[in-house]
Design a protein around this ligand. Structure first.
Ligand SMILES: [Zn+2]
Length: 248
């Protein structure tokens, strides 16, 4: 007895679909196993299931790994200590609903550059470490033929409202939660000191270096404001973690 051909076609289609599901299941399970296995052959910096390694080459997986570390203080501190950063744990600073420092620490060294001791958040420190290692040091080697010995800053935490070119705005500054840090220049390995106020606008390698690290900060911070933005930022880069993706 033969079945009506229409019904046979439906059965055939259902069987094909089921085989495809089984096939996809094994592909996914195999892929997951390949990533999750402790001896996974997939390098850490290509493996989305692994933690961030600050000094590993940047891959399409890096920002995903960084975002996870930014959201988890334990992962954030682990990534910093693995990278050799000096970020001494401190008790959270609780002031009120507008001001305070969660994930607080005392930062005094990034991956290789020093920084004058500054109280800030782990997330701000992690972004700064990524910027130092992947933007600042390579730019110094390429353009100036030396390395950066120290980053110069004028503070991170400051319980205040936003400042605008017109005056003070009603909103609270990201500095009120230490989600930003202001960088005014660098000390180089060869003894030179560069500052935004003196070197930004004078054409030459020093300005090229400052412009490149300003643009490159946008890869690791969501809001970057510098001398091109307004006169309030003539002497520093405002590097801010959370925000709307504004880069000037
Ligand atoms: Zn600022």
């Amino acid at each position: 007895m033969t079945e009506p051909s229409g019904r046979r076609r439906v059965l055939h289609l259902a069987a094909s679909f089921f085989s495809l599901l089984v096939f996809l299941f094994f592909v996914c399970a195999g892929g997951y196993w390949l990533l999750a296995h402790p001896q996974s052959p997939v390098p850490t910096h290509w493996n989305p299931l692994r933690g961030l390694n600050v000094t590993a080459p940047v891959t399409p997986v890096t920002v995903f790994q960084m975002n996870r570390a930014l959201a988890d203080e334990t992962q954030c501190r682990a990534a910093l200590s693995q990278a050799g950063a000096a970020f001494t744990e401190m008790e959270d600073l609780v002031v009120d609903q507008n001001c305070g420092i969660a994930g607080r620490g005392l930062l005094s060294r990034l991956v290789t550059a020093d920084i004058r001791g500054v109280e800030t958040r782990c997330s701000t420190t992690l972004r700064l470490a990524m910027w130092e290692h992947h933007v600042v040091q390579p730019a110094a080697r390429d353009i100036l033929g030396t390395d950066v010995r120290a980053l110069r800053h004028i503070g991170s935490y400051n319980c205040r409202r936003m400042r605008t070119a017109q005056g003070t705005n009603n909103g609270w500054s990201s500095h009120a939660t230490a989600d930003s840090i202001d960088i005014i220049g660098v000390d180089l390995g060869d003894g030179r000191t560069l500052s935004l106020i003196d070197d930004w606008a004078t054409p030459g390698p020093q300005a090229d270096f400052l412009h490149r690290i300003g643009r490159g900060a946008c890869d690791w911070f969501r809001v970057v404001l510098g001398p091109n933005f307004n006169r309030l930022h003539a002497d520093h880069f405002h590097l801010q973690g959370p925000g709307w993706g504004y880069c000037r």
